[in-house]
Write a new protein. Sequence first.
Length: 410
Amino acid sequence: MKKPNLAVDFCGVRFPNPFVLAAAPPTDDAEMIARGFEAGWAGAVVKTLGLEHVEVNLVSPMMVGMDYEDKRLVALQNIDLISDRDIREVLPEVRELKKSYPDRIVIVSIMASTEAEWKEITRRVQEAGADMIECSFSCPHGMPERGMGSAVGQNAELTYERAKWVAEAAEIPVLIKLTPNVTDMRPVAEKVKEAGAEGVTCINTVKGLIGFDLDTMAPIPSVEGYSTEGGISGPAIKPIALRFVADVARDVGIPVAGVGGVVTWKDAAEFLLAGAGIVEVCTAVMRYGYDIIEELNEGLALYLEDKGLASPMDLVGKGLPKIVGHGELSRATKVLATVDEDTCIGCGACVIACRDGGHQAIEFAGPDAGEDARVPKVDDEKCIGCGFCRTVCPVEGCLTMQPREEKISA
C-alpha cells in the first residue's frame, strides 16, 4: 500500500496537510508565520484584524495558566484582544507570504461592526491575496461591549446578518468562527449555512475565570489588582470542542475547522473522527513551538498507515454514526472491573476510588494473601461496571472492563 498522503481538500481549497495555525499570537506577523510554514504547517489564520479606526488597547499581563498536580498548563486564560497591528501594515505581509509560500494556505481572520465595515475589510483582505477568510464572531472578552465577538455568535439572527454581509462581498471561501458560550451551537451554525458562508470554525475559547490569588484575594491575571473573565483554551477544553464539532458536523452538514485543546496527533485524529475537515492549533504551539508539527504529521501518517487508510479525509466524520442518544445505548451486557495481577503495583488508587467514589466493590486481598496482600480483588456482586477505577489506575492495561457471561435486562 502507498504511504498516506496527508493533503486534504477543505471548502474547495487544497491543504498540504490538515494542520493550521489558529488566529493567535503565533500568527501576528509574517516572520512568525513564515517560520511556521518552514516547519511544515499547511496554513495559518492571521491574527484577527480590524480596520484602521478600531482602537485596540492591550493590558498586561494578559495570560495565566492553570496547573493540575504535576501537569503544567492544562488550561490557559487570556484577556488578549485582536491584533493591535495596523491593517495597512499586515495586508502587504499577506501578499508576500503567498508569494513566498504559494502552496501554503493563508487565512485572514477579521472583525468589524457595520455592514459597510464588514464588506470593506472583506474586499481588502481578498485584494491582498488571502486564500480564505475567517470571521471572528466569538471572542468572549474585550469586544462584546462593542457589538462584536461573542455578542454576535451567541445570537443566531446577528450571526446570519453579518455572515451574509461577508458572503455577499467574498469571492473566496468564508469561515465563521463560532463561540462555545452557548447551550447549542447548531441553530447558529444553521444560520451560517443559510447565509452562504462555506464553513464554520469551532470552537473559540470558553469564557471563564481561571482562579484567584489567595494572598491578594484578587482574580488572575491581575492588572493592578483587578481582572476580568477571559477565554479559556488548552487541553482542558478539548471535550467541549469535540462535542460542538460533532454536533455541527452531524446535524448541520457544513464543513468544520476544528480547534480547541489539540496537543498531539491523537487529539487531531479525534477531531477528524468528530467531523472536522482541518484542525487548528494555538495553545500547544505557544507552549511547545512550531516544531510540534513534525509529531503531528508523522503520528497521523503512521496511524493512517496502520489503519490502511490513504488520507486524513478517510477519517472525517467516521466516528459520528457511533454517537447516539443515551436511551439507544445497549443494556444487554454487563462489564465488570478486572485486575491484571501481574502488572498491578499495589498503589491502592482503585481501592480508594471505588470505596469513596463508587460501590465498595474493590478491596485489597489482605494479610492472609501473603505477598499478594496489596493486590486488589473485585467483588463481582457489588461491581456495577462504572469504570471509574480504570480511570484512576496509573498502569496502562492493568485494570480493564471485561464482559461477563450473564446478561442484564435491557
